[in-house]
Design a protein around this ligand. Sequence first.
Ligand SMILES: [Zn+2]
Length: 591
Amino acid sequence: MSLPAIKRRYEKKSYRNFNLAIYCPVQNISQIDDFDAFNEKFDAAFGDMKIGRVYLEDFRGFATISKERLLQVKTYFEQKGIDTAGGITTCAANNPEFGFASLCYSSEEGQEMLRQAVKMNAEVFDELIFDDFYFINCRCPKCIEKKGDRTWKEFRLEQKQWVTREIVMKTAKEINPDMNVIVKFPQWYEDFNETGYDLSVDTAMFDSIYTGTETRNPTYAQQHLPKYLSYNTMRLYGSDKKDSNLGGWFDPYECTYNLTSYLEQAYLTLFAKAREATLFCLSSLMEDPQYRLFPGALAKLFEEVDEYLGLLGNPVGAGAYHPSNGRGENNIHSYLGQCGVPMEMTLVYPENSKTVFLAESAAADKDIVAKMKKTLLCGNDVVVTSGFVKALGEAFEEFGHVVYTEKKAFVDSYCTSANHGVNIHGKYAGTRKIIIPQLDYCTNDVWEIAGAYGNDNNFPIVLSWSYGAGVISVITIPDDMGDLYSYPREVLLAIRSLFVKEVGMALDAPAGVQLFVYDNDYLIVRSDLPYEEQISLVVEGEAKGMDSINTRHFLSAAMERQSQGENGKKNGAAIAFAAAPGVNQVYKLNR
Ligand SMILES: [Zn+2]
């Protein structure tokens, strides 16, 4: 189905700026026998929200629903004025000994189960979404035999393409040529290829896609997902197929420790300009006492965010390239997002970005050196991580002698530089002692813009030098990436300043304050710090100040010399204000 046609179907919005949907697992709807009683429960939970669509599932973990019942449920929702679509979750029954299990497509039974599930959906609906179990982690004897000498990654990527083409798309389109078949990707994109997902290949094969924005509990959960990831996945997925990304999807699991953390998933999904937000899932939010407070809070959230979403222009951020076969420095883009660096992640090399950002995953592109050269010769900048330097190895020497060594440094105090590394100054305390890799570099050829002190020694945190008409910089990533948050705000300002050419501004704040920037001078500051903090926004060029959209107050700016600016010349404005925990502070710059 063509994307313009899909776009028309998804144009309808239940709020002014987005549509709201609920995903309904098969177990939640196959048991409804009293629609009046169900209606009462549904309205009690969701009556204060404007629900525009429900996804009604017909298969999950070997559980199914009769076509007759599915049609009854569809009719019930449509009579309430809610659009309906189908859904499938391709997991096997939960096996508590081995974690989540996917269907096995090496067996006839697995293939047939999927075929029947797609068939019923195509007979009943015009849209069908795959929940994010559309991966393969089966290692049964049949799969081992079929894999042969290939790696699991090679075998699964090939098998997944065959399943998508021969079972999913063929079955759906034979029955309903107008079917919009949507794959919802999980949020663990760094590990996709190993389980048969490929962001670019799958996006090309399906009609459209959907985005997992679940970040839950970053510290005390198995997936180590920084909160900013809810924004990054929304921007990244579908970036190689315009208009293909239909929305973002999140759930309440592992969020009861902090209601604000649950709501943050919704905010970041919408800050990233999702057309639709989907709540997972019906029963959890409607009748699980653990999450009883969540729907009421969501209802208020959607009203609040709808007031200013329409004001925001197009998102602006570092052109952060992540090819679909890339892996490494797991979720570094989101750790940096948590450090206040706005990101614009993309599956396609961002050749028009003024600042290109490359982490270890970008080294998977075999043409990366040539692409970087082109960017730098055009006068744009490239910022890379120490992990990228390591992955590129000798090939990085094209740009300068910087080598990732096996030596480590154990550091807790830092310096910066006001004159591009000719002198370093200051002694700024980090929040704890951390381990960083030592980069080998040649003084007087490349320059230390920020560093960490040792004994009669110091180690680079930011290196920077010119190449062609642009500037190339290396950021040292601590061995524990979360220790980026341990860098003092002076060092973080030096890191954020590397991106000013693209973003036009930089936060002067500790880690934990996120910045979302739009191309019409609107911006949002959102603090995940547990305390209120005095921060400032350093703006390139002139600015009188900024208007707070939330409070209607005006914050005035002081003109000042930026740390990276020319000696003595005032070339920037600094606006000081307080960042309150868990609050969206929306501003419009007043130039
Ligand atoms: Zn198998």
